[in-house]
Design a protein around this ligand. Sequence first.
Ligand code: TRP
Ligand code: ZN
Length: 868
Amino acid sequence: MATSPQAKYRKDYQAPTHTISEIELFFELHDDQTLVTAISQVQQQSTSSTLILDGEGLILQSIQVNGVDWTSYTQSELSLELYHLPETFTLTIMTQIDPQANTALEGLYKSGGAFCTQCEAEGFRRITYYLDRPDVLAKYTTTITADKTLYPFLLSNGNKVAEGELENGKHWVKWQDPHPKPAYLFALVAGDFDVLRDHFVTNSGRKVDLEIFVDKGNLDRANHAMVSLKHSMQWDEQRFGLEYDLDIYMIVAVDFFNMGAMENKGLNIFNSKFVLANEKTATDTDYLGIESVIGHEYFHNWTGNRVTCRDWFQLSLKEGLTVFRDQEFSSDLGSRAVNRIHNVRIIRGPQFAEDAGPMSHPIRPDKVIEMNNFYTLTVYEKGSEVIRMLHTLLGEEDFQKGIKLYITRHDGTAATCEDFVLAMEEASGIDLQQFRLWYSQSGTPLLKVSSDYQATSATYSLTIEQTTEPTADQPNKQPLHIPFDIELYQPDGTAIPLQCNGMPLHHVLNVTQQKQTFVFENVPARPIPSLLREFSAPVKLEYNYTDQELGFLMVHSKNEFARWDAGQMLLAKYIRNNVDSVQQGKTIVLPDSVIDAFRGILLNDALDPAFITEMLTLPNHNEVSGWYKQVDVDAIAQVLHQFKVMLATELEDELSTIYHLLKQEEYSISHEAIGQRALRNICLSYLAYTEQGERLVNRQYHQSNNMTDTMSAMSAANSAQLSCREALMEDFSAKWQHDGLVMDKWFALQGSNPAEDALLVIKNTMKHPTFSLKNPNRIRSLIGSFLTMNPVRFHAQSGEGYQFAGEILRELNTSNPQVASRLIDPLLKFRLYDQHRQALMKKELDALKNLDNLARDLFEKLTKALDQ
Ligand code: TRP
Ligand code: ZN
């Protein structure tokens, strides 16, 4: 590497030396020689007449200031410095770029036959020299010229204001966005599409045109996205009182995209995975994913676009809040309990793991080398949990007041996390001084809870001790303000009203000290405590529950989430015990009482089928791994496998009855139908381990009229390694090999194949005509699933899994560093494994670190992981 990439620090923030009020962009689109002219109105804001613009991989053609060629400048790899400038001026810069060669998918690139852009976080600097920082807000006018036959649609942000034809088969379109915005929200698309059109009438009666652009032939897969968009617009008006602010809202689906989707003003660009769906091609999970991502990007219009971030350290200001909003949207439209369970699984699994590893950082990071590395579970998901805690502390009404204050105060500007907390504090009158630590402190607090009952005084006390272990980035931790939601139950299942000093007490306790005791009065008998209800804070909980107490909470908790959580705690206890047993060479056992508890859930027809499905879902290998400082990959896999077999064997009759009972004649995408399919298919996933497995799975695959049932059959055959697996896989690929998006499901099964020769099969699968290392979706499906969903094969003692990962990462380091940087995470956790494996993993990391063209993205993660 030429020079080591430099870190930026949050504490070094300085306001921009110049502002840009307007920018006019002209694009002449060509595959390999696109010409970009940027005309900016610049105003000096400091004493310096020097302007430093960001730019990367650009060929500079010309610079003019107020129409005169400017020669007083220097150019370096990542910037352009202009000297002796007047105080206000018109800056005209012409650059040339090569979209065709852009495999990193940042800036302007080609996805299939279409041009598109991705500018967040710092991609605009790959289009032209600019002040590419979120606190410089300008009004954009964009003119695009391109071949009319190849690119009949030319799109950008805002409203179309003019268009015309040129002689040479070209045409042009001019767009104007009335809302000032930072460069990361700029977007351009040019291509040939099918368009699904609809409209929405806002609360104040304005008509908004809605347009979804998909590849030709995919119109029959755009409906669900449109329905989800209209639901999003309506929900934001009803729950947050926020209305859309332009006359048109466009969504374009592209096949080559590094992330899920992007909220560019008025012109969202989506990974086609989060737009395209019909019952033949998409599973219920895909449908729900589309609803949530469409919602997420739409909600950014207010939390992200109208109010944006001052600097990238504040990313959680828009992402944590918008994730919170999309989670609430999904919960209001579907099952709140099931949504909460899914989100909590992500926090307890991958987010806790991230916070315990080399990349640990607070939701508002202090130090960044490559911003793309900070679009993390911590910033997004833990960020959302922090907003949720505020919601818990303030209540819906004051929370909404706070949001209103925040938005009116900061509309049209770039704000900070502190601005947000201050608005919440002022709107509610609640002191959030200690709560602010959630923004600056990384790591996962552990709450150790103990209880004591005094029959003579009828008092019950809970003592809560909080500690946060040091993390890779921060040695010292302070006590946090933790909302701790509890309920106390009498043995007959009734809840005891909480009382302290003769006063009623709210069910959310404010835990603020390192050690704290809460005493409750008028407690007639030793109660069973339900603790951390709704997962009221992103913390680990330790309380010595008996099996009986957990069994009681599984049945009697008034709240579904608490029931699920009790079931998970019961499972966790026996998973741990049995991992110990395996390590001591003993057999795996699961008491009848535990099996009976799950039988009770399965047979309880008062419960929502979607919820029963969650109760019956075992924690996965990654989540269990997170419980240990030293992970025994094979022991965990054995226990989880054996649990599946034992539950299947013991509950076979019940599973089978429900499986047959829930057969649906007609397909529908209602939440009720989704829940029933989920329960039926989890029954199948267990039954696959019984004698009937082969027959049921085969039959379901061949009779299926929808992708959910098809994939459930295939996935059951894959996990249980049924002998029909090969035939089903072959049939599926013959049917779908023309369709990359559908084949991703098949690739993911190849990646997570538990068979001994899985890696060999994966290497062959890379030669499949539908596979390409240029497409992030394909990479994530096949390679990503091998690294994260196939622990036994990836961590094979031979080291072949690590070697394979190393090879792929070396290639992606050059072609697409952003994707490489996400893929590398499992290797970075090498310290969790035994000496032998550690050495093998480290060898691959060292080799990567020695690459002479190592990308910033990998450089940052490798130095953190290796230098610890
Ligand atoms: N802002 C986008 C979102 O929240 C995230 C995103 C999309 C992104 N594409 C990206 C972030 C590329 C970094 C790089 O959904
Ligand atoms: Zn977002």
